[in-house]
Structures are given as C-alpha cells and as structure tokens.
Write a protein that binds this ligand. Sequence first.
Ligand SMILES: [Zn+2]
Ligand SMILES: [Zn+2]
Length: 344
Amino acid sequence: MPNTLMKAALLTKPQRVEFREIPRPEPGPGQVRVQMNRVSICGSDVHLYKGDWEKRAPFPIRPGHEGMGYIDALGEGVTHLDLGQRVVIEPNFPCGHCRYCWRGQGNICPNKRITGVNEPGCFAEYSVLPAKFAWPLPEQIRDEDAVLVEPTTVGWHALQTATLRAGDTIAVIGLGAIGLLLTHTALAVGYKVLVNDRFPEKMSLAEQWGAIAIQLDTEKQVIPQLAAQLESADVVSVFECGGTVNTATMALEAAPAGAKVIIVGLAHEPVSFIPFDITRRGLSILTSIVCSHPADFSRIIELIAKGTIQPGKVISRRCQFAQLPEALARAAGGTETKIVLALA
Ligand SMILES: [Zn+2]
Ligand SMILES: [Zn+2]
C-alpha cells in the first residue's frame, strides 16, 4: 500500500523555501500525530531562514515550533489523549535523565530535542511528537492564543528568572514578540513595565496595554537618557529582548545600581562590559532560554484559560501555509510583531 503523503516546507539553503510531498509520519510508542492547524513564525525560524545557525542546524531543515492542531493518531501506550483533541505543542524535549534535568534545568539539557531545529518542524500538514509534549487545550482558549503559548512561556520563564517581588517595576528593551509577550504577561500579573524599541508602533502597542514608553532622543547619546529614566522609575530588573549588541549594551550600561539584567535575546556577536563598572553598580547578569517543562506550559495555559492574558494580541499578520516564503521574508524585515499561518 503506498504511503499517504503530506505537504511539508523545507529550507534548502539560506532564504530558500521548498514545498515537498513527503510520507506522512506514523507515531511510534508513546507518541502522537498532530494535524497542524496554526503555526506561527518565531525569531529563531528567521535565524534558520537566514542561515545564521547553519553549523548547528544544517540545511535542509523543516522549521517551525510554535504550533497547535488536532490529535490525528495515537501511538502505542498513549491513553491520556483522544483522537480529535485540540492541543498545543511544547517544542523542546529535555531528556529527563541527565544532571541538568535532575536539577530542574531541562531548558539547558544537552540532549534536548527541539522541534524545528533537530527534529522535523511544524511547517508540515502533520507532526509527530512525544505525547507528554502535546498539551490539551481548554475549550475557552481561542486558536490564536493557543498558537502563541510557546513564545509566551519564554517571556514568562524570563520573568521567573528575575525573582521579582509584588509591586516591582521592570524594563523591557526590545519589543519583538518575546519582549511584547513578556510585557503583556508582566502587566497582567501586576508589575509596572517600562518599554523601549526602535519602532514607535511597537511601543504604542505596549502602551495600549498599560506599559510606559521610554522615549529617547536618538540625536543625542541614548544611554544616559535611558539610565535616568530607569533610575527615576525605580526599575529593579531590565530584560534584554532585542537580541542585538546594541540592545544588550543599552541594558547593561543603563541598568540602575543593584538591578538584575536578564539576557533573553540571542545576539550572535560579543558584547563587552567592564567588570569594575558592573560590580561597583552591583548588577546581576542572568540569562533565560526557552522554558521549564512542564511548569511553564501548564501555568500559561491556565492564565489564558482564566482570561488573565491574551497572547493573540501580538499577531500582526495572518497568512496561508502556501505563503510561507513571503511570510518568512517579511518576518526577517523586523517590523512584524507576529505572523501566524493557517495550515488547515
Ligand atoms: Zn519560538
Ligand atoms: Zn537532560
């Protein structure tokens, strides 16, 4: 009997997307197959598209890790999920048995499998994954909030890294999807949030939710202006979400004395700091990557279900699967906040 085929998108070289008909995968023991319904484009998909991570994730590669859909086949031994059930995919699979996993740091597990990086991604009609990483969605959650659970957990994880106290004021530098979702979530749970981005439209969006925009006169030196505003607002944590040398430098040089600087953005070039300068100011530099399994997915799904947060607010464009090449090119331009593709 011939294999059933499915349509999948492959990056074959930098900035080249090809659609192929490939055999539809079958779920093995403990796995499920999900018929993808919506998949959004992440900053990391853009890095893959541009070839920035070619050494780590060589071409050809099937990207996509922010996906939701419906369970379409159950592997042997999967009893807690049902056919037709609506789920969101948790895309990072820590091994569960290394020293980092044992310490609760599965987010940096060296054996971690990552959907869309070293496992086939969600830009295909069907995706197979371990059943415990397919999270059932409560009925009241809209598809457009569900598809953004994963990037929301990334912002949430960064917030937890800062170990804030009730009533604290924080600053977010760089309002890509992660910076915006971190801002939205922080505001929703009661923190005061200052934001800065080079695009005024992104700051306006955050202002609509209740954030305070930091206006900088770029004709003059920006660091002293930023430092003065963070200091007078009593900011205790600065989140670097821009992923550039410039935003990382801004965060480190403008953070008030005693603050934590949480590096969330993934800049590729070196950023320098003077040890005496940061020790004298008593800064703490922390990092945050992806999220903790299973706590962060569980909490974000709960916060959406309760109506506390609506991640879908960051969506700036909706496309069909066939438009993935244009959508990736557009995402690489940097002006979109989040593009979501409909696959079914
Ligand atoms: Zn992502
Ligand atoms: Zn591990």
